[in-house]
Write a protein that binds this ligand. Structure first.
Ligand code: G3H
Ligand code: 13P
Ligand code: ZN
Length: 311
């Protein structure tokens, strides 16, 4: 059932677990996410980026997610990385249960102003707002820990930001990065900093860029690569280890965003099908294994995050 993101995260806070927020772009991905949630009896957040909306259209995506939300588990519909005020307002009008305003690249004062504006629009409609402080994207290019730390969230600043904006959840930067190439060194989260943020900030904390980039799937992408002439397309790809994710949840993370792992799973399924079923030209058949790979990936996340069995 469509449930507010606020309720889903409040329950996670009480239970000491995290809820996965999975990015979708189409029918197949959405169906696979919801099937995994039903099987795991887990609450789930289905989110769309501005890129996804540009690709599929807001109307199609909301219709698909609403249909998915008829499932017997709590489902939230969330706008990921809202940067364009027009898209944020359209999402609020279209029945999203929460929106993210991402003004994290702006100076502190401007981030506060932009976030407050969105909080005003959203709260007037009973919708909650995720905001971001600290930089999550782009840090993968930085090698040394001190270089990376310059982008990390400052705990006191985070507390002040929440007080000034009235946002409902907060995305923070403690060592994750978007995409499949998260770090040139072994990814390790700044758990001390996270614990301090959790002590000072009383709203649910959100971890972006949290994909694990499973090496088993990365290896499967290379199947028959010599013949196809594209070996090692994800060579050097590194994700956040499960051990770090567990520590993050123990220290207050309540929403975990996953997109890259789903993209890899989808591509592995599609590629396997194309290699194994060469005579097929039926799109429904071609995308079936992609759905299965995504379902398995999402199920594993629900177990890892501790949300399985909480619905
Ligand atoms: O954090 C961003 C998500 O991975 C969405 O990516 O903007 O390419 O849809 P996208
Ligand atoms: P990944 O690239 O690690 O999957 O992160 C996705 C994300 O943060 C979406 O907002
Ligand atoms: Zn993100």
């Amino acid at each position: 059932m469509l449930t507010t993101t606020k309720k889903i995260l409040a329950a996670a806070d009480r239970g000491g677990y995290a809820v996965g927020a999975f990015n979708t772009n189409n029918l197949e991905i959405t169906k696979a996410i919801i099937e995994a949630a039903v099987e795991a009896k887990s609450p789930v957040i289905i989110q769309t980026s501005e890129g996804a909306i540009g690709y599929a259209g807001l109307g199609y995506l909301t219709a698909i997610i609403r249909e998915a939300a008829r499932a017997p588990v709590p489902v939230a519909m969330h706008l990921d990385h809202g940067k364009d005020p027009k898209t944020i307002r359209a999402a609020i009008r279209s029945g999203y249960t929460s929106v993210m305003v991402d003004a994290s690249s702006l100076p502190f004062g401007k981030n506060v102003t932009e976030t407050k504006k969105v909080v005003g629009w959203a709260h007037a409609k009973g919708i909650s707002v995720e905001a971001e402080i600290g930089a999550i994207s782009g840090v993968e290019d930085l090698v040394s820990v001190s270089e990376r730390e310059a982008f990390f969230t400052d705990p006191e600043e985070a507390a002040e930001f929440v007080r000034l904006t009235g946002c409902d959840s907060l995305a923070i930067s403690v060592g994750t990065a978007h995409g499949a190439f998260k770090s040139k060194i072994k990814p390790k989260l700044d758990i001390g900093r996270l614990a301090e943020i959790d002590r000072l900030v009383k709203i649910p904390l959100v971890l972006h860029g949290a994909s694990g980039i499973p090496q088993g799937l990365v290896r499967r992408l290379d199947r028959e690569c010599e013949r196809l002439g594209d070996c090692g397309r994800l060579a050097g790809a590194v994700g956040i280890p499960d051990t770090e994710i567990r520590k993050a949840i123990r220290n207050g993370i309540r929403k975990i965003n996953v997109d890259s792992d789903l993209r890899i799973a989808f591509t592995v399924g599609l590629r396997d099908t194309i290699l194994d079923e060469r005579s097929s030209f039926d799109p429904r058949r071609l995308m079936r294994r992609s759905g299965e790979e995504i379902r398995k990936t999402v199920s594993a996340k629900m177990l890892l995050f501790g949300s399985s069995g909480r619905a």
